[in-house]
Design a protein around this ligand. Sequence first.
Ligand code: RP5
Length: 161
Amino acid sequence: MKVAIVMGSSSDWPTMKLAAAQLTALAIPFTKHVISAHRMPAELTRFGQQARAEGVSVIIAGAGGAAHLPGMLAANTTLPVIGVPIKTRTLNGVDSLLSIVQMPGGVPVGTMAIGDAGATNAALFAASILSIDSPAVAAKLAAFRDAQTHQAEESEALLDE
Ligand code: RP5
């Protein structure tokens, strides 16, 4: 059981490393890869087609701009693909969001929010999928939620008067 984090460019890493950090916090094994859809199309196809045989359970794919990567990975595998729209300087990531979320019916990509929240939630969503067959991951997720609730409850005491 492992997650593959794929990104279109090393410039996506400041965002995608939040997915890596969240998976690490949940003790979920992962690998990380730079595979550009337009600069490395053959490798993109190979990766998608081999992922299941190589033991990947879920793919998290982050890309920005004309973000073909998640959709093209999904076209080459029946594993769940979770898309993370990278925030761009020109269009604030709305370009990334729309190009990832608007998959034609038949090849789904589970699309997260733009940017940091999307990367974190991609890891948590991958964990939710893995928790179906892993009591250990389910327990880690439950503990994470409990800690988050506790932190929110305690935050009221930190408000200025
Ligand atoms: C996309 O183009 C990548 O996912 C990245 O978000 C964007 C810019 O890539 P670089 O020009 O920084 O390599 O493919």
